[in-house]
Design a binder for this molecule. Structure first.
Ligand code: NAD
Length: 515
């Protein structure tokens, strides 16, 4: 078995992050709550076993939950701006560790180094956002219908927030949730994807010094690993809010289980995102937006562009521009900045990709850019595939599904209304976009008769959201919102207060109750 390569400074990065390079089957990193079975973390970039990680047993989970519950009693009493100050220090720590953490993200998950750094930058940005938010957890005041009464609403922390995250954003999703939850006064228990456990351990190690320096009880930030912990979180009545990021299939199970016990969820599930390319579009802009959207992160973003809906008058021209661009894509090690497309997460994902292409062909799809597995020197992990383009119909079963791989389906439209109907005509509702210079088309697309997605962009692709906006989608994407705007409200409970400062006790709605 190959050991971690020294190329690209991976060994040094692991060392800086406190992750022991282990090939002998012991636990790694600092996760306190892990004495169970071993999971192995392989790099899809070169197939190396990076480390073996112990998962959490039921007893470990229980210990973590107890620590979290105790920590909450203390943490909720710290004034929000002071909690914000601690989050500010976490942001500083992430700035210091941006390079090694970005490298680990790239090596363990397989996205390009630039995207790995970008993901850590997103974490830093959300820390900054949360610091400001810690002084803006505003409630409203209302005018009471009764004299000498005052009404207002205020926001209190909910308690312990369970965070279950997907492999494809192995660090940013945790920070979107935890940084907001922390300034809101909640504590967090995080179960990262079993495909990227080292990223979880690294984040814990990075913020640990901040928690210690500020005498914050350790239960404010708990990490548990292994799929069993996911179900323990779902079923745990002590967790009033579960923020789940992952597939619609698992999300459906999480949603039902948590709802059954009247817990709340934030669901960030699969997408099936389309770009409408109007006859009024600037094709050079479409090219960047569509190609980055479809092949960036090897098509493994929830917001990846999966469908291009192209006006019939420019269809042939757009396809030939795309074919030309796809011909120039460099596929290879994501840590090498010359490459555009890295690997899929594992061989299971490669299988799903191959099956999807076969299914599309069976349903009548026409291959415009050939796919396939890339083999040979440098591709030994077996996880590299060629981005492909398939002409398809929107109603094909395979087009209606999210395949987490660089497969782009293309189709024609005649009227803008038809294009919008195609864009909306899938079960998912995460991200959408139109490229057009027509004000009428743009406004229609953004109107209530337009896109039904949580994100609707104009002259920007479907992927690459900024943290300032609320992030999430409708329909089978789950309806959750995270990150910016007023997404913080999901992490708090609202309380309406009425105070009577008079000497009478009038009832609302003029009801008389004389004694
Ligand atoms: P996944 O559904 O396979 O796994 C997600 C998480 O759920 C992992 O941590 C996994 O270990 C855990 N899990 C598995 N079984 C569980 C159970 N019974 N109870 C609780 N947790 C359980 O998803 P994935 O393959 O890691 O990620 C890809 C998917 O995530 C895609 O569908 C993508 O669109 C979606 N995603 C959505 C967003 C968004 O914001 N909408 C963001 C990133 C990824």
């Amino acid at each position: 078995m190959a050991t971690v390569s020294d190329q690209f400074g991976i060994k040094e990065a692991l060392q800086q992050l406190g992750i022991k390079e282990i090939n002998e089957g012991t636990s790694t990193g600092s996760t306190t709550y892990a004495n169970g079975n071993i999971i192995e973390s392989y790099s899809p970039a070169d197939g190396t076993l990076i480390a073996k990680v112990k998962t959490s047993t039921k007893e470990d989970y229980e210990k973590a939950m107890q620590k979290a519950s105790e920590a909450f009693l203390e943490w909720r009493m710290i004034p929000a701006p002071k909690r914000g100050e601690i989050v500010r220090q976490m942001g500083d720590e992430l700035r210091k560790f941006k390079e090694p953490l970005g490298k680990l993200v790239s090596y363990e998950m397989g996205k390009s180094l630039q995207e790995g750094y970008g993901e850590v930058q997103e974490m830093i940005d959300i820390c900054d956002f949360a610091v400001g938010l810690s002084r803006q957890l505003y409630g409203l005041t209302m005018h009471s219908e009764r004299p000498l009464h005052r009404m207002y609403e205020q926001w209190h922390p909910v308690g312990t927030v369970g965070i279950i995250s997907a492999f494809n954003f192995p660090v940013a999703v945790w920070s979107w949730n935890s940084m907001l939850a922390w300034v809101c006064g909640d504590v967090c228990i995080w179960k990262p994807s079993s495909k990227t456990p080292l990223c979880g351990i690294a984040c814990q190690n990075i913020i640990k010094t901040v928690l210690e320096r500020n005498n914050v009880p350790e239960g404010v930030s708990c990490l548990v690993t292994g799929n069993e912990s996911g179900d323990l979180i779902n079923n745990d009545k002590r967790i009033p809010l579960v923020s789940f990021t992952g597939s619609t299939r698992i999300g459906r199970h999480v949603s039902k289980t948590v709802a059954e016990r009247f817990g709340n969820t934030i669901l960030e599930l699969g997408g099936n995102n389309a770009i409408i390319v109007s006859e009024h579009a600037d094709i050079s802009m479409v090219l960047v937006g569509a190609v980055f959207g479809a092949v960036g992160t090897a098509g493994q973003r929830c917001t990846s562009t999966r469908r291009l809906i192209i006006h019939e008058s420019i269809y042939d021209k757009t396809i030939s521009v795309l074919q030309n661009a796809y011909g120039q894509l460099q596929i290879g090690n994501p840590l090498d900045e010359n490459n555009h497309v890295g690997p899929l997460i594992d061989k299971g994902a490669v299988n799903d990709y191959l099956k999807a292409i076969e299914k599309a062909k069976k349903e009548g799809g026409k291959i415009l850019v050939e796919g396939g597995v890339v083999e040979g020197a440098g591709y030994e992990s077996g996880c590299y595939v060629k981005p492909c383009i398939i002409e398809a119909e929107n109603h094909f079963e395979i087009v209606q599904e999210e395949t987490f791989a660089p497969i782009l389906y293309v189709m024609k439209y005649t009227t803008i209304e038809e294009a919008i109907a195609l864009q909306n005509g899938v079960p998912q509702g995460l991200s959408s976009s139109i490229f057009t210079n027509s004000m009428r088309e743009m406004e229609l697309f953004l109107s209530q008769a337009g896109s039904d997605c949580g994100i609707a962009n104009v002259n920007i692709g479907t992927s690459g959201a900024e943290i300032g906006g609320a992030f999430g989608g409708e329909k089978e994407t789950g309806g959750g919102r995270e990150s910016g705007s007023d997404a913080w409200k999901a992490y708090m409970r609202r309380q309406t207060n009425t105070i009577n400062y008079g000497t009478q006790l009038p009832l609302a709605q003029g009801i008389k109750f004389d004694l």
